[in-house]
Design a protein around this ligand. Structure first.
Ligand SMILES: Cc1cc2nc3c(=O)[nH]c(=O)nc-3n(C[C@H](O)[C@H](O)[C@H](O)COP(=O)(O)OP(=O)(O)OC[C@H]3O[C@@H](n4cnc5c(N)ncnc54)[C@H](O)[C@@H]3O)c2cc1C
Length: 472
């Protein structure tokens, strides 16, 4: 980078960037920074597996993950050919609405022609492919099995990180953390980021945190594809989407390796159990027996696992405050969502693209503040969708839970969109485009769509889950 009074990274010179966390957001940020710094060091708490395996530092890696179309574009923009490679490794491609049986807002979606598709690899496969591509760059180094425990610097500038080796030997009494000097530090340490404490410790101001919690609890189990519950239908997956009146959810999707991923969800006090029988019987609480029937016919190949830390949290690093130059936050460390909307991996890539664009701007100095604002903007639509929907759930709590008049007006309009999307292919298409983060929310207000939403009637939808594509 060409400025000292900027983010710290440089378009030339001997600049060093440190990224805390070697998962998706960290890897993608490192990939971008490698074009601007001479060296990038990723500090990762875990020891990274050689292959596509789950790991402790990413507990969600054992749960269903989908890459929505907005994310596909972003990963391909950062790592050309990424999605093709992912599918060549076996990640299924699932067309929407054609391949899906989807229940939402009390209606079954018609299975009309595909207007979008998502990719449903296991999370370890996707992360491993990103890792393999990014770490092929000799400018990027990973320090594994090492935890970042603080920052070096003061309220005006961050100058590095404090590191401690992980494991029993490393916590020996009296062992001081090591310093690693850096011109730029990027926090990509995920949902549990401790950066607010690290900033406070160097005399800087922590970000204001917005939270919205519904107590959503997940349980996920893998099943074998040779004995799944799909029968002879052409269904490639099904979604039961919760709403304020029906708070239970289900996702059934194929994954690579001839397996299916099944995630069931409920709110606080009605969490899905993990034992064989409890998991299957939980599906009786869904609004239709399709998931229960599928589970009864299928054969599991792993125990069910729980995930319960699902609050939406947005850390407002973009707001003014006594915060140092040379420090940025990205991915879940900056903004983390209720996972039910399937957005986090996409936003990690959007943030990397925002970083790339902000650092690549020739006309203006890429100050820390400006870059962080761009990264905040990259997460905004996903936050509006996730937090906006969660506000309406009966268990919603937290600083972002209060609805404003504007929220209520938007909620009224979106309710009409949701009622029309399952039966009207044109509204359904735009609804997906916005949810899948390829189009801005304003697409829902385009004249043709607004006319259907405000004046059109709700078109008929299937009475039962459609087990065949229309027109086939
Ligand atoms: C149950 C569940 C299902 C989800 N499903 C989807 C989905 O379908 N689609 C989707 O797009 N997103 C989904 N997400 C969201 C997605 O998993 C996250 O948004 C994504 O992993 C964020 O990446 P990240 O790199 O910011 O954080 P993480 O992936 O959480 O990684 C953080 C990394 O930082 C490391 N670390 C932490 N602290 C330190 C430290 N002090 N020092 C060094 N290293 C540290 C960790 O070991 C880890 O490697 C889901 C999330 C959950 C919980």
């Amino acid at each position: 980078m060409d400025t000292v009074n900027g983010t710290g990274a440089s378009r030339g010179g001997g600049r060093h960037a440190v990224v805390v966390g070697g998962s998706l957001a960290g890897l993608l940020a490192a990939h971008v920074l490698a074009d601007h710094a001479d060296r990038v060091t990723i500090v990762e708490r875990d020891r990274l597996p050689d292959g596509p395996e789950p790991r402790g530092g990413v507990p969600q890696s054992r749960h269903t993950h989908v890459l929505i179309p907005g994310g596909q574009r972003a990963y391909d923009a950062l790592l050309p050919g990424f999605c093709e490679e992912l599918m060549a490794l076996g990640a299924p491609r699932v067309g929407a609405p054609s391949d899906l049986v989807q229940w939402q807002a009390g209606r079954w979606f018609r299975r009309t022609e595909e207007t979008a598709h998502f990719i449903s690899p296991t999370r370890p496969l996707l992360e491993w492919l990103v890792r393999r591509r990014v770490l092929a760059n000799p400018r990027i180094e990973v320090v594994q099995g090492t935890e970042t425990v603080g920052l070096v610097g003061d309220a005006s500038r961050v100058r590095g990180v404090l590191l401690r080796e992980r494991g029993a030997a490393a916590v020996a009494v009296g062992r001081e953390p090591q310093r690693l000097a850096a011109d730029l530090v990027v926090d990509a340490s995920g949902r549990g980021s401790k950066a607010a404490d690290w900033l406070t410790a160097i005399g800087a101001e922590p970000p204001v945190e917005e939270t919205l919690e519904t107590g959503l609890a997940y349980a996920t189990r893998f099943y074998r594809a040779d004995e799944d519950g799909s029968g002879d239908s052409d269904v490639r997956g099904h979604f039961i989407v919760p709403n304020p009146g029906q708070t239970f959810g289900a996702v059934v999707l194929p994954a690579e390796g001839d397996r299916w991923m099944v995630t069931l969800s409920g709110l606080r006090g009605a969490e899905p159990p993990l034992d064989d029988r409890g998991f299957t019987e939980f599906a009786d609480r869904l609004p239709h027996s399709i998931t229960r029937d599928w589970l009864d016919a299928a054969k599991a190949d792993a125990p069910a696992l729980a995930y319960r830390t699902t609050a939406n949290i947005r850390r407002r690093y973009d707001r003014p405050g006594r915060r140092p130059a040379g420090f940025l936050a990205t991915g879940d460390a900056q903004c983390v969502f209720n996972p039910i909307y399937g957005q986090g991996m996409t936003v990690a890539a959007f943030s990397a693209l925002a970083l790339r664009d902000a650092l690549g701007e020739n006309r203006r100095t890429p100050t820390t503040e400006r870059v962080q604002k761009a990264m905040y903007a990259a997460s905004r639509q996903a936050w509006d969708i996730s937090a906006g929907s969660d506000k309406n759930m009966p268990t919603a709590s937290g600083s972002a839970a209060r609805s404003t008049v504007a929220d209520r007006v938007a909620g009224w309009y979106l309710g009409r969109v949701e009622a029309r999307a399952p039966g009207d292919p044109a509204v359904g298409r735009v609804f997906r485009d916005v949810l899948y983060l390829t189009h801005p929310v304003s697409a829902l207000f385009a004249p043709r769509i607004a006319k259907a939403v405000l004046f059109g009637s709700v078109r008929p939808t299937p009475q039962e889950p459609p087990m065949r594509r229309e027109g086939v």
